[in-house]
Unconditional design. Structure first.
Length: 111
C-alpha cells in the first residue's frame, strides 16, 4: 500500500509541471519530501496507466536527457515526440536544454 501512496504523491507533483517545462526525477523526489528517491520517482511514473492526463513526459534525468531504455517499451520515443510537440527541442540522442526549460515551482506555494 505504501508504494501506491508514494505513486500518488509523485503523480500529483508531476501534474503541477506546466506545459513547455521540465523537471528532473530528483526534483520531483525533493518536492514530495523523498530526498534521494529519484529512481523510485521513475518507477512510479512507469506504473502510471497510459494514456494519462499526468504529464509524465515532462520529467527527465538530471543530465537533461530522456532516460532511454529497452525496458521502457517505446515510451522513451513517445516522450521525445510529446516534448517536441510542446516546443522543447530534443536531439536524436534524447538530450534537451534542461536549464532553459526547467520548472521552478514557487517555494511559497507549499510544494
Amino acid at each position: 500500500m505504501a508504494a501506491k501512496g508514494f505513486d500518488q504523491r509523485v503523480w500529483r507533483a508531476v501534474a503541477r509541471i506546466p506545459q513547455g517545462r521540465l523537471a528532473t526525477y530528483g526534483q520531483i523526489a525533493e518536492l514530495i519530501g523523498a530526498w534521494g528517491c529519484a529512481r523510485q520517482v521513475g518507477w512510479a511514473l512507469r506504473r502510471l496507466p497510459l494514456p494519462s492526463d499526468v504529464p509524465w513526459h515532462r520529467v527527465v534525468n538530471a543530465r537533461g536527457e530522456i532516460s532511454m531504455s529497452i525496458s521502457r517499451e517505446g515510451s522513451d520515443w513517445m516522450q521525445r515526440e510529446l516534448l517536441i510537440a510542446e516546443g522543447i527541442p530534443v536531439d536524436g540522442e534524447g538530450r534537451l536544454p534542461l536549464q532553459r526549460f526547467l520548472w521552478r515551482p514557487d517555494a511559497s506555494s507549499g510544494g
